[in-house]
Design a protein around this ligand. Structure first.
Ligand SMILES: Cc1cc2nc3c(=O)[nH]c(=O)nc-3n(C[C@H](O)[C@H](O)[C@H](O)COP(=O)(O)OP(=O)(O)OC[C@H]3O[C@@H](n4cnc5c(N)ncnc54)[C@H](O)[C@@H]3O)c2cc1C
Length: 378
């Protein structure tokens, strides 16, 4: 059988690409090795580009479009009875609780409100500063804050559930899934004609590589540099017996850490960002200390929480932190959809949609040139 498309990798990026391919009628095969440390299974699920003050403009434009796509996708998955996604507009608080955060808070204030003015969105009632008392009312375990920005439109999603729902919906539309490992691409001159998976050649008109932190290996065969490396993230699930946490917003401080509340009396405290960790998806004493230390610095009211679970994921991080999206120059029929680092749950469904569109030869609905692998040279 010749497939229209083969997708390598069954994390959110690969599954989202496969979903959009089959939704457009393409005969598609997804091959996934399900490595331990798959980032999608550990992701916190914060979707809130409007409160981001650090990433470059190219990322921001893509992320805003990606966040706007979520409600449409979630509704479609609901119509398709694909299963829960955990998506909710829970809001997000960005807070400074200590002196060393004052400068970062001022910077965030400037960038966030400048972008809001420039876009005319979100509306002032949806994105504004709040007092320490208002912040505590929204998230009761919070320390006394020195400054707080509140976004009513900030959202969250459960990466595992969303990935499963997309796969369910795609399989219902005919996606074939194979558990296994792609060893290499099959190249005939300047064109890919399929992949070799566990010794078997599988033919396809186009191939998408969504191998997460494991993607770099394909660069050698393709003659391009794909500088994606694993960045370990350790994240801790806390239980608050009998407390209704369902309406609490996401909370972020300025040491790269955050708290995400879920309806089942659960608050997830994240996360380490261990650049250079290598492929070592285990918890460490220092990582757990760091995450709990930060969680309790920002929200001392969580001190009595039960530790329910610790997850570890390897974020696929590029050398310039931007994702890698689109065709591989010089090799027809190969597309990359990877390198989403700490924001792959935000961007993932939309990135998958855009790259699936490219694979099907559709007119681009967004400018993906800033994300081309060509920027890294050979
Ligand atoms: C702790 C943590 C917190 C995070 N929080 C957020 C957040 O709040 N918001 C946000 O937007 N993002 C967040 N992220 C980032 C997000 O989770 C990732 O960017 C995203 O999940 C990456 O998805 P992926 O599909 O590219 O990679 P992965 O989910 O890692 O999946 C890659 C898949 O490819 C497979 N694979 C690789 N090579 C092959 C091969 N040769 N053959 C077959 N299969 C192969 C692997 O086995 C794996 O299943 C977080 C990540 C972590 C770790």
């Amino acid at each position: 059988m010749v497939f229209d498309a083969i997708v390598i990798g069954g994390g959110l990026l690969g599954t989202a690409t496969a979903y959009h391919l089959v939704a457009a009628g393409a005969r598609t095969l997804l091959v996934d090795r399900a490595d331990v440390g798959r980032a999608t299974d550990a992701g916190a699920g914060i979707l809130s580009p409007e409160t981001n003050s650090r990433d470059p403009e190219a990322w921001f434009q893509l992320a805003v479009a990606a966040a706007a796509y979520y409600p449409t996708l979630v509704e479609r998955l609901r119509d398709e009875q694909a299963g829960e996604t955990g998506y909710a507009r829970c809001g997000r608080l960005v807070v400074a609780v200590s002196d060393d955060e004052a400068q970062s808070f001022e910077h965030a204030r400037r960038v966030v409100f400048e972008r809001q003015r420039a876009r005319g969105l979100p509306k002032p009632e949806d994105l504004h500063e709040v007092s320490a008392a208002e912040a505590r009312e929204l998230f009761p375990p919070l320390a006394p804050v020195r400054g707080a920005i509140y976004s009513r439109v900030g959202a969250r999603v459960d990466g595992r559930l969303l990935n499963r729902a997309l796969r369910n919906a795609a399989e219902a539309r005919g996606l074939l899934v194979r558990a296994g490992s792609v060893e290499r691409l099959v190249l005939a001159g300047p064109r890919a004609s399929g992949v070799v998976a566990d010794g078997e050649t599988l033919a396809a008109g186009a191939v998408a590589i969504a191998g997460g932190a494991w993607t770099e290996a394909f660069g050698r065969q393709l003659g391009v540099r794909i500088p994606v490396a694993p960045q370990r993230g350790q994240i801790i699930h806390l239980g608050l017996h009998g407390v209704d946490t369902g309406r609490w917003p996401v909370v972020s401080g300025f040491h790269d850490h955050y708290l995400v509340a879920w309806p089942d009396s659960r608050v997830v405290a994240g996360a380490t960002r261990e650049t250079g960790s290598g492929f070592a998806p285990h918890t460490t004493a220092a990582g757990v200390r760091e995450v709990l230390g930060e969680a309790l610095r920002v929200a001392p009211g969580l001190a009595g929480a039960e530790i329910r679970e610790i997850r570890v994921g390897l974020r696929p991080l590029t050398s310039d932190t931007l994702p890698v999206l689109g065709p591989v120059p010089g090799v027809d029929g190969v597309f990359l959809v990877t390198g989403h680092g700490p924001t792959g749950l935000t961007l993932g469904p939309y990135s998958g949609k855009l790259v699936a569109g490219q694979m099907l030869g559709k007119a681009p609905e967004a400018d993906l040139r800033p994300f081309s692998v060509a920027r890294f040279g050979v």
